[in-house]
Design a protein around this ligand. Structure first.
Ligand code: XIL
Length: 495
């Protein structure tokens, strides 16, 4: 057993190079908290410094365009399918679900360790013909069935779902938007959120809208009142998405920061979900800078998504509202955005600023030997349900049985491998992110520190493996480390 208090030469030798680097990094951060962070060269890496993601809306039919994919893969670490998860795309005929194009985007993202924003489960627009023609109880049930089926299909893969999109009216009324869904009863929104929570308990559930950026607008206040009411009554809502399509009719206003912080104060995350800013040159760049700085000023503003990559990819291409020009060159707006992200201090989920628990490189047994991972509170083992080998299968607790689906090998590069070639994988980095199996790659969402204090922490997220019950079938997720027994695990050698 390695001493925790007195590092010996042997202990240093047993640490991997990256483990040593991680400790040095933690010490440097903790000893020199006032040092500016090194500038990162891409949007995703720059946002990650403060624990945020930077995403783009992606179209499946552009994934074959090399210029497009080069920028996507270099700059972003989150995606939102631009149209592929909408109701008309996923349920073109009632009860006939098609996920091919959405899956292309989801797989592209998850295989790279990125987040996916799901968009959107319930909306008045882009409904298939069969739904447009429905009303009353039949429509309500069809909508709930849609929410359940789609959220279940993607269970464990989605960081945040736009459960309901654009349910409020523009203008000064503060009323709900009239729609076939609204006409099924005012409680349709909370019914959709409850169905989504049951189907995918690990995803953050968001309400998403536009023209809700200006704090003084009636629509903003109306959505705020709904979210406050939901929180008070225990309707499951975790986040609010601000589309933030800025143009002359819906201009950026400096009270945007007040909007973000006011919603966050209700106890929800806030996300900028469809950002685009019409214009060009310095004016456009300055507005992008302001938007990013407003998000960075609000700890619960945990991610920004732009609605497309190049201006030519935009749904409003005539307004040249994005960060890259038609040829894929970085615009002034790009530089302003990157610089603002790089200026952020540590945010909501940064690298720990105090030394955390000590990672132990080979916790028990010899490197490469298989262990079961036993929960201290439950006595149960981390298990792949039904011995599945499918990417995205979420792991659970189950009675220990020494079978291959409970047999994990901790590698020198800190993967936890099962069946030889599949890895324990975090489907996101936020609280509640699903922990699943996925084909091994070398991203940090598949790297784990097995710590001397009994926790197992994700290298990407810094969060702890966590279970919310001790029962057979209890799902494993990421959560802020809290020192509780449901976050304590032991690697017990099987040989
Ligand atoms: C837009 C897409 O970008 C277009 O390709 C499509 O034709 C229409 O929808 N608010 C939303 C997004 O929530 O889904 C919309 O996306 C833009 C406005």
């Amino acid at each position: 057993m390695i001493s925790r208090t007195r590092p010996s030469g042997r202990r240093l030798r047993t640490l991997s190079a990256s483990g040593t680097a991680a400790i040095v990094a933690v010490l440097v951060v903790s000893l020199l908290p006032s040092l500016a962070q090194a500038a990162e060269a891409t949007l995703g890496a720059a946002a990650t410094q403060s624990g945020r993601y930077f995403g783009a809306a992606v179209a499946a039919n552009k994934l074959g365009d090399g210029a497009y994919t080069t920028i996507l893969n270099r700059e972003f670490n989150s995606v939102t399918p631009e149209n592929e998860m909408k109701i008309d795309a996923t349920e073109p005929q009632q009860n006939n679900f098609t996920f091919g194009n959405a899956d292309r985007i989801v797989n592209h993202a998850l295989s790279r360790g990125w987040k996916v924003r799901g968009h959107t489960l319930a909306w008045h627009s882009q409904q298939p013909g069969w739904m447009q023609n429905m009303s009353g109880t039949a429509l309500r049930n069809a909508m709930l069935n849609h929410v359940t089926r789609v959220a279940t299909y993607y269970r464990g893969k989605i960081d945040s779902w736009d459960v309901v999109n654009e349910a409020f009216a523009d203008g000064n009324s503060g009323a709900r938007r009239d729609s076939n869904l609204q006409r099924t009863g005012n409680d349709w929104i909370e019914a959709a959120f409850r169905a989504a929570r049951s189907a995918d308990p690990g995803a953050k559930l968001c309400y998403n809208d536009y023209n809700t950026d200006n704090w003084t607008w009636a629509k903003t206040q109306a959505v705020y009142n709904m979210v406050r009411d939901f929180k008070q009554r225990g309707v499951p809502i975790d986040c609010v998405g601000f589309q933030s399509h800025f143009n002359a009719n819906s201009p950026y206003n400096s009270n945007y920061r007040t909007t973000l912080s006011s919603f966050a104060a209700l106890g929800v995350d806030v996300q900028i979900t469809e950002l685009d800013i019409e214009g060009s040159g310095t004016t456009q760049a300055n507005t992008y800078r302001s938007v990013v700085n407003d998000c960075l000023a609000v700890p619960r503003c945990n991610g920004i998504t732009v609605w497309g990559i190049r201006d030519s990819d935009s749904w409003r291409s005539g307004g040249t509202p994005l960060l890259f020009d038609n040829s894929g060159n970085k615009k002034q707006a790009y530089t302003a955005t990157l610089d603002a992200l790089n200026s952020a201090g540590p945010g909501p989920t940064p690298t720990p600023t105090t030394p955390g628990p000590t990672p132990t490189a080979t916790p028990t047994g010899s490197p490469g030997s298989a262990s079961e991972i036993v929960g201290a509170q439950s006595g149960r083992c981390i298990d792949v349900p039904n011995a599945s080998r499918s990417n995205g299968t979420r792991v659970q607790l189950y009675d220990c049985n020494k079978q291959s689906n409970q047999s994990w090998t901790y590698t020198t590069n800190r993967q936890l491998r099962v069946y030889g070639d599949m890895c324990l994988d975090a489907a996101g980095s936020g609280n509640g992110a699903a922990v699943q199996i996925y084909s091994c790659h070398n991203q940090t969402n598949q790297q784990w520190n097995v710590n001397s204090n009994g926790t197992i922490t994700g290298v990407q997220s810094g969060r702890c493996l966590d279970v919310w019950s001790t029962s057979n079938g209890a799902q494993v997720q990421l959560y802020d480390c809290n020192g509780q027994a449901n976050q304590q695990f032991r690697l017990a050698p099987l040989a």
